[in-house]
Design a protein around this ligand. Structure first.
Ligand code: SF4
Length: 345
């Protein structure tokens, strides 16, 4: 689940259509059947988030499109800016910024860079399966840490395990926070909604691994789907497992349906759960967010469940603390703390 409110214009502007995106080559490989990778040389890596609605102003997105293929994905409309469609193309036409770490390193070394927190995974998932092939994240993490820039990573991808030693090393330099998205316990429903993702069990095990590496890790229980995953029994069962995995907190958010994502999700709903279509029309109307009434109802249901489990606050005992650099020695202003996980959502 991506951060709601991030405009599609939040990206770096380097990819308005593949033709102008610095396209290097297009790749297909038997290891990724049905997938096309478009390798591009990005002109910029840091993307400024417009507006004041989010607690971070900068993101890095090494990939466009996502092999996790969540039917509700908030980022789907961004593919239109590449002259690709937000449905099937988003799932199968993946743009890879192969030089992202190098460009990022140059941007972070500018005297004007203020070492503000950078959020990874706010648009597409940096630990989707493509990362196994391209290995862009270690360079990104190293660039951020060595420049004194705090950062956070949000993912559904268990591939993050590969980089736990790198992330733990980075946490000795700057504040590093992880968040894992887990919203659906039922395996059949989860695979239907998120066909390219690891199971909920595997992601909860990832939370445990992140905590064992000494890093804070929150869980994003998002999106919550009316009538599908919003029962007290489901939420309690999931939050119990979140606690058992050692998460430092959790945030629960309802589904949003932005244009582009909305059509794709509603097509899935009509196909897989046709009896719910009328109910979703009532809850969402023609809007992006659930009705005020639904959001209030869900918040009231969730609040005591989080509080009873101590998940409504960041409990980071044992997690590495932010180590501010000495500005007098580094010549840089002391960096701010990383985005505080899903308390920001
Ligand atoms: S994991 Fe990928 S497809 Fe799923 S919501 Fe996140 S960015 Fe979208």
């Amino acid at each position: 689940m991506r951060w709601d409110g991030q405009s599609v214009t939040a990206d770096d502007g380097a990819l308005p259509g593949l033709g102008r995106a610095g396209l290097g080559r297009t790749v297909t490989t038997p290891d990724f059947a049905g997938v096309t990778f478009h390798e591009v040389l990005a002109r910029s890596a840091l993307s400024k988030v417009p507006g004041e609605s989010l607690p971070f102003r900068w993101t890095v997105n090494p990939y466009r499109g996502c092999l996790h293929r969540c039917v509700y994905c908030f980022a789907r409309p961004t593919h239109r800016y590449l002259d690709l469609d937000p449905g099937d193309d988003f799932d199968r036409q993946i743009v890879v910024k192969t030089n992202v770490a190098e460009v990022l390193r140059a941007e972070l070394s500018r005297p004007s860079w203020c070492h503000e927190p950078v959020a990874l995974g706010t648009n597409t998932d940096p630990y989707q399966r493509a990362e196994g092939r391209y290995r862009l994240m270690p360079g990104i993490v190293d660039a951020l840490a060595s420049s004194g820039t705090p950062f956070s990573v949000l993912t559904k991808g268990t591939l993050l395990r590969r980089d736990l030693p790198t992330l733990a090393d980075a946490a000795r330099e700057v504040d590093v926070r992880a968040a894992v998205s887990v919203a659906v316990l039922d395996p059949e429903l989860q695979q239907s909604l998120e066909p390219g993702t690891p199971t909920a069990r595997a992601r909860l095990d990832l939370v445990r691994a992140v905590r064992d590496a000494g890093l804070p890790c929150r869980v994003m229980v998002a999106p919550v789907l009316p009538w599908l995953t919003d029962s007290t029994a489901h939420l309690e069962g999931l939050l119990d497992q979140v606690v058992a995995a050692g998460a430092t907190g959790a945030t629960v958010l309802p589904l949003t349906l932005r244009p582009g994502a909305r059509e794709w999700f509603l097509a899935w709903l009509a196909r897989e759960r046709p009896r719910l279509v009328a109910g979703y029309r009532r809850v969402y109307g023609s809007g992006t967010t659930a009705s005020r009434g639904y959001r209030s109802w869900l918040a009231a249901r969730v609040r005591p469940l989080l509080a009873a489990r101590g998940l409504d606050r960041d409990t980071e005992e044992g997690a590495p603390r932010f180590v501010p650099r000495d500005p007098a020695r580094s010549g840089r202003p002391a960096p701010r703390a990383a985005p505080a996980g899903p308390t920001l959502f």
